[in-house]
Design a protein around this ligand. Structure first.
Ligand SMILES: [Zn+2]
Length: 189
């Protein structure tokens, strides 16, 4: 067995359109467990710039005045996502365990969303049937809160998180964090 590697760099190619691409269909084991491929997925591996200070998104005078505003970090994140670099990666191998991991988190995400819908629309129907009641505000607020919360299991079960992949700032390579030695033996040559 090879010693563990911190980060493996897989060079990407420029497509005819100039977008970076990586064909991973020649890898026969997954990067997380080193187990044989059960399914292949296409994904966009991203590089997202580090969170800018509010002053980089807004003029300094504006940023200063609204420094404590809760939406500033959100707008900063939107600005960051807008300048993300994507590397289109095709045929990435997932093993049976990877697929089970994704399925588990997908169930958590969908259950959270189903509960959110049930609470919200249930409260709306009750409000229609029995009229406005103070306690009905709880499910009306909890529903949308759960929709926001469902981002957590969604991200947790996402392919980039599972595979440990991220892009380089110039889109020239896909980096794999802590690749399994069996994956490194195939891909790291
Ligand atoms: Zn796996």
């Amino acid at each position: 067995m090879m010693p563990g590697v911190e980060t493996l760099s897989l060079p990407a190619r420029k497509s005819a359109k100039g977008t970076p691409e990586l064909d991973a269909s020649s890898f026969a084991v997954c990067s997380r467990h080193g187990e044989p491929v059960a399914r292949r997925v296409d994904m966009d591996v991203k590089w997202i710039p580090a969170a800018p200070g509010a002053g980089e998104v807004f003029p300094k005078s504006v940023a200063k005045r609204f420094a404590d505003h809760p939406f500033l970090p959100v707008l900063g994140t939107v600005a960051r996502l807008g300048s993300a670099v994507l590397i289109h990666t095709s045929g990435w191998p997932l093993c049976a365990e990877c697929c089970r991991y994704r399925a588990r988190w997908s169930i958590v995400t969908r259950s959270t969303l189903a509960l959110a819908a049930f609470l919200f629309f249930g409260a709306l129907v009750l409000r229609f049937l029995i009229g406005q009641q103070a306690w009905l505000m709880a499910p009306l607020l909890l529903g949308p809160a759960l929709v926001l919360l469902s981002v957590l299991p969604f991200v947790r079960g996402s392919v980039p998180r599972l595979t440990g992949t991220r892009g380089t700032p110039d889109g020239s390579a896909v980096l794999v964090d802590h690749p399994h030695p069996a994956f490194f033996a195939q891909a790291g040559r």
